[in-house]
Design a protein around this ligand. Structure first.
Ligand code: NDP
Length: 255
């Protein structure tokens, strides 16, 4: 795989899966636009990217704010003059079942995980059509399967999966591929930011040995490897796919 001459825009590149993807794309020669809210963390990720590369363009902004999203996108095009790959990775999780969720939670989760991705993709598509580029969305096993207690999150990721398939069909005649990865539990900041304290998080990670067939949670680098593969020419005949990177969790049923 070689991304020399390719421009890759990654959202949520300041942490977890997005940061791991940034480092892998950099190692394969890509020119990077890295978006996040925390500039210090973005700088840290950039400093860990392959030194042989041009310094990544760092872009801060709140993706639920349309102006910020437009600015992030416009600055990428102004800087590089093109876009080859969009990785829609930024996302949040919140807990809540139908008995204790509310529409405010629905709005927060859907606005971040779906609306902002929908918006950024509309901006990117004319440029991806020009370069015959591709899109990789970061969904979740929660898009493929139902879990109790994370209703808004499951809905948002099912929407990302269907968005992936629909946009893949819209853009296939133009040779733009659109795919997504569906990670299982992956060790990042996501769950603690979603409200788990250290003790709850440790118990959750421990339980992942039972809830994932391979007997452990995933690492961000393992998800990033599949993102990079889907974005590469090695995946030239794959579009509309939702690829679990979840240690077999999607295939499991309680017994
Ligand atoms: P992290 O919390 O480690 O990273 C989330 C990233 O998204 C950060 O870079 C954060 O920016 C950014 N982000 C979140 N909300 C916004 C926003 N409103 N505007 C701009 N940027 C935002 O989590 P992960 O790396 O785990 O999450 C990445 C993706 O992977 C998400 O879509 C998540 O749903 C998905 N996923 C994760 C799993 C897991 O177990 N970790 C499992 C399945 C899917 P900043 O830090 O700068 O604020």
């Amino acid at each position: 795989m070689n991304f020399a001459g390719k421009v890759v825009l990654i959202t949520g590149a300041s942490s977890g899966i997005g940061a791991a993807a940034a480092k892998q794309f950099a190692g394969l020669g890509a020119s990077l636009a890295l978006a996040g809210r925390n500039l210090d963390n973005l700088k840290q990720v950039a400093s860990e990217c392959s030194p042989g590369n041009k310094a990544p363009l760092l872009l801060t902004g709140e993706l639920t704010n349309e102006k910020d999203t437009e600015e992030i996108f416009q600055k990428t095009i102004t800087h590089y003059g093109r876009l080859d790959i969009l990785v829609n990775n930024a996302g949040i999780i919140e807990t809540g079942s139908i008995e204790n969720t509310n529409v405010q939670q629905y709005d927060r989760v859907m606005n971040t995980n779906v609306r902002s991705l929908y918006h950024l993709t509309t901006l990117a598509v004319p440029h991806l059509v020009k370069t015959k580029g591709n899109i990789v969305n970061v969904s979740s096993v929660n898009g493929l399967r139902a879990f109790p207690g994370v209703l808004a999150y499951c809905l948002s990721k099912a929407a990302v999966d269907q968005f992936t398939r629909c946009v893949a069909l819209d853009l296939a005649p133009k040779q733009v591929r659109v795919n997504c990865v569906n990670p299982g539990v992956t060790i990042t900041n996501l769950h603690k930011r979603g409200g788990m304290n250290q003790e709850q998080y440790e118990a959750f990670i421990k339980r992942s040995s039972e809830t994932h067939a391979l007997g452990r949670p995933g690492k961000p680098e393992e998800v990033a490897q599949t993102i990079v593969f889907l974005a590469s020419d090695d995946a030239s005949f794959i579009t509309g796919a939702t690829i679990p990177v979840d240690g077999g969790r999607h295939a499991m049923c309680p017994r």
